[in-house]
Design a protein around this ligand. Structure first.
Ligand SMILES: NC(=O)c1ccc[n+]([C@@H]2O[C@H](COP(=O)([O-])OP(=O)(O)OC[C@H]3O[C@@H](n4cnc5c(N)ncnc54)[C@H](O)[C@@H]3O)[C@@H](O)[C@H]2O)c1
Length: 371
């Protein structure tokens, strides 16, 4: 089955450290991989917690120093699962050590930082990927495939909203997510996934008009320097138009995102709360069938379906990490990997453009950010 083990080092043991450890562990169970991942080491700043995480995630070793992890001879892939403000520095060090790099989204907290990460992996000629895992949900992959196959015709409109309640309570203490330099923005935290999926499906975004608001301006006596909620109208290079909205102050909305594409011949709509389904409105249907059909995106002909359970059993959030990391391992060591750092930087440029547009209350061309 395996052509050899690939050594993995995971930087960070929090939510994403756990999700990635799960992905590496389940991927060889669910599909035939040419290379079996071997979880060699995990790093984190708290000695007791990182040791406990290593034990429960099934990682052989642990360290309090990510630099030690990056320089280990038995680590082939450095997988970065720390806050966005740390990504560029860790990615550059990993690339300089000759390691392939997988980095959680958003790639960085600014386009210039993201561009420096792209430069580092390009210079070192190492494989690189960004953790836009939602692309690998079977129904989202099916949406992409159907758009490419012409199911909706020419894409005219794309709309996406991501609503969460994680910032609603003003008593939530200050942490890295409220710090612009370490957490980036809500635009990038939630919006980067939407912008990645939208541009994957409909091509590059060239201009944006955004608005932002911070409703809780202080936490634990410290100023909050990120937006609670933002939204933008966007224009695609193709001429298509779109709307994206990202909010972490939507009461009783847990992690709800929707993605819809309207073409000149049909509509495709995805709702994360029903993640095994894709709705399809086909303009060619007999008029008596006017409406949207509900595709169960787990039939054997659908993306990733063969790797999973019999039709009707469904998959969940964790499967997106299994599919993503499985795809990358399948392409080890020659690549190509996608989405890569260049896509991560392109997404970051759109996020920066929305932030600038909101601050200056005007349309911003993405080329103002990228130069
Ligand atoms: N793809 C997804 O579905 C998804 C979901 C949640 C978070 N994320 C992304 O994953 C990344 C991590 O988020 P999380 O929710 O796992 O965070 P977390 O707070 O749960 O864990 C952060 C980890 O990073 C470590 N850390 C914190 N500050 C550090 C620093 N300055 N230097 C080195 N290590 C540091 C912590 O010790 C911890 O191990 C972020 O970029 C976030 O946007 C992605």
């Amino acid at each position: 089955m395996t052509a050899g083990a690939v050594g993995i080092g995971i930087v960070g043991y929090g939510l994403m450290g756990k999700a990635h450890a799960f992905g590496y562990t389940a991927a060889p169970v669910m599909r035939r991989l040419r290379h079996r991942p071997s979880l060699r080491i995990i790093s984190g700043r708290d000695r007791e917690r990182v040791a406990a995480a290593a034990e429960s995630y099934g990682v052989a070793g642990w360290t309090e120093d990510w630099r030690e992890l990056v320089n280990r001879d038995d680590v082939d892939i450095v997988d970065i699962c720390t806050p966005p403000g740390t990504h560029a520095e860790i990615a550059a060090a990993a690339a300089a050590a000759g390691k392939a790099v997988i980095c959680e989204k958003p790639l960085a907290v600014s386009y210039s930082q993201a561009a420096s990460a792209v430069e580092a992996v390009t210079r070192a000629k190492v494989l690189n990927a960004v953790g836009f895992n939602y692309r690998r949900l079977p129904a989202v992959s099916l949406m992409k495939r159907m758009v490419d196959e012409g199911a909706v015709g020419q894409v005219r409109l794309v709309r996406s909203a991501w609503l969460s309640d994680e910032f609603v309570d003003p008593a939530i203490p200050f942490d890295w997510r409220f710090d612009r330099a370490m957490g980036g923005t809500t635009i990038a935290d939630l919006g980067s996934h939407m912008i990645d999926m939208a541009t994957w499906i409909a091509g590059p975004i060239v201009a944006v008009s955004g608005q932002s608001a911070t409703f809780v301006r202080e936490r634990s006596g410290r100023p909050v320097t990120v937006d609670d909620a933002s939204a933008a109208m966007v224009e695609f290079a193709s001429g298509a138009r779109g709307v994206v909205e990202m909010a972490r102050v939507a009461v009783r909305r847990p992690c709800d995102f929707t993605l819809e594409v309207n073409g000149d011949r049909g509509t495709l709509a995805f709702d994360y709360a029903r993640l095994n389904e894709l709705r399809f409105g086909d303009g060619a249907d007999r008029v008596e069938l006017y409406g949207m059909r509900r595709i169960r995106a787990e039939q054997q002909s659908h993306p990733y379906a063969r790797d999973w359970w019999p039709v009707g059993q469904g998959v969940g959030y964790g499967s997106s990490f299994v599919n993503h990391l499985g795809d990358l391992l399948d392409r080890w060591p020659d690549g190509p990997w996608e989405p890569d750092f260049a896509q991560g930087a392109a997404v970051q440029a759109v996020c920066d453009a929305i932030e600038l547009s909101a601050a200056e209350r005007r349309w911003v061309a993405v080329s103002e950010i990228t130069g």
